[in-house]
Design a protein around this ligand. Structure first.
Ligand code: NAP
Length: 313
């Protein structure tokens, strides 16, 4: 067992985790950061980023995350490409174990595990996941060159994915369960102007249909949410963009969470229900969910961890 005693363990490698690492490292706390299953987090499955301040030109999400990682390491963060598999908050210092067999003994912990894509959870969806059904247009859009694809959802993600997919697909159908989109007005304007995109309102997916050998998605059955009428459409790909769930299963029954499993923190603070354990970014924020707000919370968490360590050691 590789035991690592440290001041601050940061779990997660999105904007919240890296910003926490940068601030903790510059406070001489020599933080250790464990990247998690998807190093770089949600921005690594994005393309254009034009709302992260400091860049005059459009930048790419994966590039931004690489730069954040570099910055965190350059100022003294110890980076571990590993997954935390258990945490024990009963006594301080806190003990956390990882998949590769490391044991961290930490004076404070910053949780920045983010959130992950939500699925429709219908049986046929599972059958074609990875065989026509995806939750990431940026990752898989390329495979649908000159084909017909569908995006399900009505938020910023769904609209952005629909627009992005027009770079490859011959036609993009956006299916939304209501008759108004939740997405920002500027994105809606771009969507409605795009001639390759058709919007189907008041409909939900009830079944995906395809072939078994090789597994190939061929059709989708929609049901009108107002009158129950069914509609079958030929499609080659379907992108589910219906929101996210916080990655908090590791902390179940160990920290206070709300009814959607987001970690609860004190007002104007990243402090959780356990003193010395802080939470930053999408794992505790279901309102803003932006890279820049996550980064801001990462900064807050590092400053609060620094204060906690100074007062308790
Ligand atoms: P979201 O805003 O929560 O939207 C989810 C959409 O999926 C909603 O339209 C919802 O419908 C629909 N939906 C949810 N469950 C469904 C189900 N079971 N079946 C069918 N439809 C379902 O999620 P998001 O678009 O992923 O965005 C998350 C956050 O990230 C937001 O705060 C967003 O502003 C932010 N974001 C920002 C940017 C940007 O600034 N460029 C880009 C992407 C995301 P209803 O509308 O009926 O509830």
């Amino acid at each position: 067992m590789n035991k690592i005693e440290n001041n601050v363990l940061i779990i997660g490698s999105g904007p919240a985790g890296y910003t926490a690492a940068i601030y903790a490292a510059r406070a001489n706390l020599k933080p250790h950061l464990v990247s998690g299953l998807e190093p770089g987090g949600q921005l690594t499955i994005t393309t254009d980023v034009e709302n992260y301040p400091g860049f005059g030109d459009v930048i790419q999400g994966p590039w931004l995350m690489e730069e954040m990682k570099k910055q965190a390491i350059n100022v003294g963060t110890v980076f571990h490409n590993d997954i935390v598999t258990s945490v024990n908050f009963t006594n301080n210092p806190f003990v956390s174990n990882t998949e590769s067999g490391k044991e961290f003994i930490s004076k404070s912990i910053i949780i920045a595990t983010g959130a992950q894509a939500r699925w429709l959870n219908i049986e046929s969806e599972n059958k074609f996941k990875g065989f026509g059904i995806s939750a990431c247009a940026t990752c898989d859009g390329f495979f649908f060159k000159d084909q017909k694809v569908m995006v399900i959802g009505g938020g910023n993600s769904a609209v952005e994915e629909a627009i992005f997919l027009t770079k490859f697909a011959s036609k993009v159908i956006l299916v939304h369960r209501r008759d108004t989109l939740r997405a920002e007005k500027i994105l809606q304007d771009r969507l409605f102007k795009n001639k390759k995109i058709e919007v189907i309102w008041n409909n939900k997916v009830v079944e995906f249909i395809g072939e078994d050998n090789p597994q190939t998605l061929k059709q989708v059955i929609l049901e009108n949410t107002k009158n129950g009428k069914k509609l079958t459409l030929d499609i080659n790909g379907a992108f589910i963009a219906i929101g996210h769930d916080p990655a908090t299963s590791l902390f179940k029954d160990k920290l206070d969470m709300d009814n959607e499993n987001y970690i609860i923190t004190k007002n104007d603070s990243t402090e959780t229900s356990i003193k010395g354990v802080f939470a930053a970014g999408d794992v505790k924020d279901k309102i803003f969910r932006q890279a820049v707000t996550a980064a801001g919370m990462g900064c807050m968490a590092a400053l609060e961890a620094e204060k906690f360590i100074a007062e308790n050691n």
